[in-house]
Design a protein around this ligand. Structure first.
Ligand code: SF4
Length: 398
């Protein structure tokens, strides 16, 4: 957007006229990280304008505006007009805040990552109508809104024309795709409709579904992925806890039985599929027994790797009222145990596929003379760099 307004993109390490820091509220110390980055910018380019956007800017605009060196704080809707807001600024003036109540944020702005020509993250959905008790994302991103299928297809075709081979579909609550730009049901299109139509776009060889709530990952979608040549046998499904009691306290919309059923459906149709799991440890009320339930449950599931998060308190969330609070050292100990389990799962998954030939899409990035790529089922491989393999799908013996 800013390039269209005459700006030129620079690396963060270079001196620039404007720096935009896009903050994240999932990160525990967004505030600290933001301060450090602003300080670095001030040292490097004291005359530059510093703009802060992102979830943290929406949640705590005043706090951010008080950081010395910050010139502009833009909320969830206003960030799409950066150039316009910048034009009205003078360096040295007190920081300006432009943000509105998150409930009023409407509209959908499609976007995709441009760092890598091989693989692109394409945003098709934003916001979330769920109310998980630990989560601030709905407060930072607003109600569930989506792109139209027509627009997503147009973007996919454009990316294909630019040489992109793999698209990762992203959204805050991806499986809830279909609500119109005002959060209504106007589009009347489901995530299933989207994947079916994307599958027909010529030029894109691979799609991945970034992360999808288990209750929204229908058997219809699973069956479709199993029969598709373009959607990869790779799922990332948040579990968060393997205890029904804790799931209820978290206000998640499923029980562990449903999760196990989804994993079973995937594996029965695609035994080679990779399944990643998000899990939170140390949620308030999580006793040793609850944690053991989670550990044993995940141990019993045919999944490939875990992303383990240590619960941390967030302002204005319902979870703050739940007791007893789990001591920090226990949270860390539980995190360690699950990371060990993840390591074992990952090793086992790789062992299972040893000797098989699978298709790898190699990426363009060269590091220490090596290049990397992923198999269809998300096993990472690396090999000495070969120019002719960049952005190519190669048969690879694991
Ligand atoms: S589904 Fe729950 S955890 Fe995910 S963004 Fe929505 S409220 Fe947050």
């Amino acid at each position: 957007m800013m390039e269209n307004e005459g700006f030129e993109k620079k690396s963060f390490e270079e001196a620039a006229d404007v720096y935009v820091i896009n903050t994240c509220s999932v990160t525990d110390n967004a505030d600290k990280e933001c301060r450090q980055l602003v300080r670095r910018i001030q040292r490097r380019a004291p005359e530059s304008m510093v703009v802060i956007t992102g979830c943290y800017a929406q949640l705590k605009p005043k706090e951010i505006a008080e950081i010395p060196g910050v010139d502009l704080v833009l909320g969830a809707a206003e960030k799409f007009n950066i150039a316009q807001h910048l034009a009205a600024l003078t360096k040295g003036d007190p920081a300006k805040i432009h943000s509105c109540d998150i409930g009023e944020v409407t509209g959908f702005n499609s976007s995709w990552s441009v760092n890598d020509r091989t693989r692109t993250f394409l945003k098709v959905q934003d916001g979330c109508d769920y109310s998980c008790s630990f989560c601030t994302i709905p407060m930072a991103r607003g109600k569930s809104r989506s792109d139209s299928i027509e627009n997503v297809l147009r973007n996919a075709r454009e990316l294909a024309a630019n040489g992109v081979k793999e698209i990762v579909l992203t959204g805050v609550n991806l499986g809830d795709f279909g609500k119109g730009p005002d959060g209504n049901k106007k589009h009347e299109e489901s995530f299933y409709d989207l994947v079916r139509l994307l599958d027909e776009v010529e030029g894109i060889d691979r799609y991945r579904i970034s992360s999808i709530e288990p209750n929204l990952l229908t058997n219809e979608i699973i069956r479709f992925v199993a029969s598709s040549k373009r959607f990869m046998p790779h799922f990332h499904i948040p579990l968060q806890s393997g205890s029904n009691r804790i799931l209820a306290l978290m206000r998640r919309r499923y029980k562990r039985e449903l999760y196990a059923d989804r994993v079973q459906s995937i594996k029965s149709l695609m035994p080679h599929a990779s399944i990643g799991v998000d899990v939170i440890v140390g949620f308030p009320g999580e006793t040793d027994e609850h944690f053991k339930e989670t550990f044993d449950f995940i141990h019993s599931l045919d999944v490939s790797y875990l992303h383990v998060f240590t619960y941390s308190e967030r302002a204005n969330t319902v979870a703050l009222d739940i007791e007893p609070v789990v001591p920090m050292h226990t949270r860390h100990e539980r995190n360690k145990q699950l990371r060990n389990l993840s390591y074992m799962k990952q090793k086992y998954f790789q062992e299972q596929h040893k000797g098989q030939t699978r298709k790898v899409l190699f990426e363009g990035h060269e590091k220490n003379g090596m290049m990397e790529g992923y198999t269809d089922n998300y096993i990472r491989v690396s090999t000495p760099y070969r120019e002719e393999w960049v952005n190519q799908i190669v048969d690879w013996n694991l």
